[in-house]
Design a protein around this ligand. Sequence first.
Ligand code: CA
Length: 242
Amino acid sequence: MLAAMPDSNAPAPSTILLVEDDLAIAETIAYPLRAEGYAVEHHLLGGGVAGRVRAGGIDLVLLDVGLPDIGGFEVCRQLRAFSALPVVFLTARSEEIDRVLCLELGADDYIAKPFSPRELVARVRARLRRHQAAQEGAAGDGATVRHGRFEHDPPARRIRFDGASLDLTRYEYALLAELLRRPGAILSRAQLLDRAWEDAPDSGERTVDTHVKTLRAKLRRVDADADPIRTHRGIGYSLDAG
Ligand code: CA
């Protein structure tokens, strides 16, 4: 089988350790991840997971809560004793564990079954990017300002969304930077034109709409369901930084 080519925003191929005792479910999880270019290593039991992670080469752990031997929560506890690797729980709806419990246990996220392959891939990708960004940020120069899912590095004129660097044109960058100054505040087209197109006074308000459209498309490449730029009909735009 040929693996699909990762898109230009995809990280370098990462290895996901999938711990799931139900073979049918494991297959529905592994297939879309492999199609995205990830390597998937499947374990049926929780007992060997800590040892496997210790051995290296794993980038993220997808952990079923209901395992027949030691259970996902205990596996997570073992991992957190020595590793900051992203851990995402897979839960059955009937288990109804909440986000607070997951976070207390040191997990990064959880996904309730049944889930769509697209949702799964998007969540895994976002977790991997945040982890990579956190590692890069730890070595960075401190110029980056975080606003929810966005990270803005003004000296470098660079904005990241869920850890993914956005490839923005000059005016897309200026527009998004203006919206990021005050997340939630509504800015009219005229205000945005004034501030982001100050050196291009002949631009019209349609220019703002056009750039919002291309910006949205670039954000959707990172997360297909994301739409953080809100349209306020007849007024203007605001940003929900998430
Ligand atoms: Ca199970």
